[in-house]
Design a protein around this ligand. Structure first.
Ligand code: DSN
Length: 419
C-alpha cells in the first residue's frame, strides 16, 4: 500500500474503507463497460502528485501565474506527443473532460444558432452531440442522422440528403455506442459539398486509432478530432482537442479563457505519460488484442443465438439486444451481470421503444479486460457465462456459481495499479 494511503487509513477511515472496497470490486470483478479502463500505475502516481497543487491559467510560455517551469514542460510534452500519436497539426490538452472538450469546439468554431449535423443518440451518438436535454442542444440547431434500420450501417446517401437540405456549418461524427468503424472520406465529401467543417468525437475508440486498428479521421482531412484521454487510451480522466493549425488559435481561446479556468496539471502530466505509452509498439499490440477480444466475444454471443446491433463488431464494443436475445430489458440484464461480478451498462438501441432507464440492451467492451491480459479464450468464456446467467434470470444459485468462476478467473489477471 502507498504510504499516503496508509496515512488516509488513519486520518479518514471512512473514505479509506470505500477506497479499499472499490479496489476489491475492480480486482475481483470483470469490467466490461466499453468506456472504462484501468489506467497505468505511473498515471495513478502522477494524478496523486504535487502537480495537483499548481494553477496554470494560460498556455506554456503565456501563463498568468509564476512558477511554471515544470508545468510548461509537461504540457508541451503532452501536446507534442498527442500530435505525433494522432498525426495532428495542433493539440489542446486542457479540456477537463469530454463535455467541455466538445463544447469548446462548438463555441470556438461556430456561432449560437448554427446548424450541426450529428448522430442520433439512440443510434450511438453522445449526449454532448446535441441531445435536447443538453445546454448545447439548446444553443445550436442540431439535425440528426440515423443508421440504416435494415443492418445498422451508415447510410451516407441519406446523410448527404440531410446535409444538402439543412446546410450545416459542422458535420459531426463519432459515437458512444456503435460497434463499427466509419468512412471518414464519405463524411468529408459530404461536408465539402455544403461548405461545412468536419469534427469527429473519437473518445471511445481513440486508443484503437492510436494503435492503428481503426481509421484516423485526421488522415482524411477532418478539421477537428476530440477524444477523452481515459477509455481505450488508458490515460487519466481528461480531454484533448486535435485540429488543423488554421483552427488552433480559435480552439485554444475557446478552451481558455472561453470556457475553463485553471487546467488540471496532474491530469496533463498523466496525458503526457499516456501519449508516450501510445507511441510504443506494445500499445499497437494492446489495441489489436482489444479488437480480437471483442470479435471473439461477438462470435460467442452469436453462436448462442444472441442478437447484436449491426450483427457484430469492428471495434472494442458490442451492443447486445437483451430483449431480443433473452426477453429481458437492459436494466435487468445489467443487474444480473452485476450479481455475477461482470460490469456492463444498460443501453438504448436504435429507435428503442423502451425508456432510457429500462432500455432494450446493454453495452459490452473489451478495453479493460484486455489491459488485465485477458485474450480471446477468456473473452469467449465471459460471453458463455453472460449468456448462461441471462438465459436463467431467476436462478440465483446458478448466478452464485458463475460469480465464483468469475472471481477465480480474475485472480489470474492482476489489475495494473492494484497490488
Ligand atoms: N460516459 C461515457 C460513455 O460511457 O460512453 C461517455 O460520456
Amino acid at each position: 500500500m502507498h504510504e499516503f494511503v496508509e496515512l488516509l487509513s488513519r486520518t479518514d477511515p471512512t473514505v479509506f474503507q470505500n477506497l479499499i472496497g472499490e479496489e476489491q470490486r475492480q480486482r475481483e470483478g470483470v469490467e466490461l463497460i466499453p468506456s472504462e479502463n484501468y489506467t497505468y500505475p505511473e498515471v495513478l502516481a502522477v494524478l496523486g502528485s504535487v502537480f495537483t497543487n499548481k494553477y496554470s491559467e494560460g498556455y506554456p510560455g503565456r501563463r498568468y501565474y509564476g512558477g511554471q517551469k515544470y508545468t510548461d514542460a509537461v504540457e508541451i510534452l503532452a501536446r507534442e506527443r498527442a500530435c505525433e500519436v494522432f498525426r495532428a497539426e495542433h493539440a489542446n490538452v486542457q479540456p477537463l473532460s469530454g463535455s467541455p472538450m466538445n463544447q469548446a469546439v462548438y463555441l470556438g468554431l461556430l456561432e449560437p444558432g448554427d446548424t450541426i449535423l450529428a448522430m442520433d443518440l439512440s443510434h450511438g451518438g453522445h449526449l454532448t452531440h446535441g441531445a435536447p436535454v443538453s445546454h448545447m442542444g439548446r444553443l445550436f440547431n442540431f439535425v440528426r442522422y440515423k443508421t440504416d434500420p435494415s443492418d445498422g450501417s451508415f447510410d451516407y446517401d441519406a446523410i448527404r440528403k440531410l446535409a444538402l437540405e439543412h446546410k450545416p456549418r459542422l458535420v459531426l461524427t463519432g459515437y458512444t455506442s456503435y460497434p463499427r468503424d466509419l468512412d471518414y472520406a464519405a463524411f468529408k465529401a459530404i461536408a465539402d459539398e455544403v461548405g461545412a467543417l468536419t469534427m469527429c468525437d473519437a473518445s471511445h475508440y481513440a486508443g484503437m486509432v492510436a494503435g492503428g486498428v481503426m481509421a484516423n479521421p485526421l488522415d482524411h482531412g477532418f478539421d477537428v478530432m476530440t477524444t477523452t484521454s481515459h477509455k481505450s487510451l488508458r490515460g487519466p480522466r481528461g480531454g484533448m482537442i486535435l485540429c488543423k493549425k488554421e483552427h488552433a488559435a480559435k480552439i485554444d481561446k475557446s478552451v481558455f479563457p472561453g470556457l475553463q479556468g485553471g487546467p488540471h496539471m496532474n491530469v496533463i502530466a498523466g496525458i503526457a505519460i499516456t501519449m508516450g505509452k501510445a507511441l510504443q509498439p506494445e500499445f499497437r499490440e494492446y489495441a489489436a488484442q482489444v479488437l480480437k477480444n471483442a470479435k471473439a466475444m461477438a462470435e460467442a454471443f452469436l453462436g448462442h443465438g444472441g442478437a447484436l446491433v449491426t450483427g457484430g463488431t469492428d471495434n472494442h464494443m458490442l451492443v447486445l439486444d437483451t430483449e431480443k436475445s433473452f426477453g429481458i430489458n437492459g436494466k435487468n440484464a445489467e443487474e444480473i451481470l452485476d450479481a455475477v461480478g461482470i460490469t456492463t451498462n444498460k443501453q438504448i438501441i436504435p429507435d428503442d421503444p423502451n425508456p432510457p432507464l429500462k432500455p432494450s440492451g446493454i453495452r459490452i467492451g473489451t478495453p479493460a479486460a484486455t489491459t488485465r491480459g485477458m485474450q480471446e479464450q477468456e473473452a469467449a468464456l465471459l460471453a458463455d457465462w453472460m449468456t448462461e446467467a441471462l438465459t436463467h434470470p431467476e436462478d440465483t444459485t446458478l448466478h452464485e456459481v458463475i460469480h465464483r468462476k468469475v472471481q477465480i478467473l480474475c485472480s489470474r489477471f492482476p489489475v495494473p495499479g492494484i497490488q
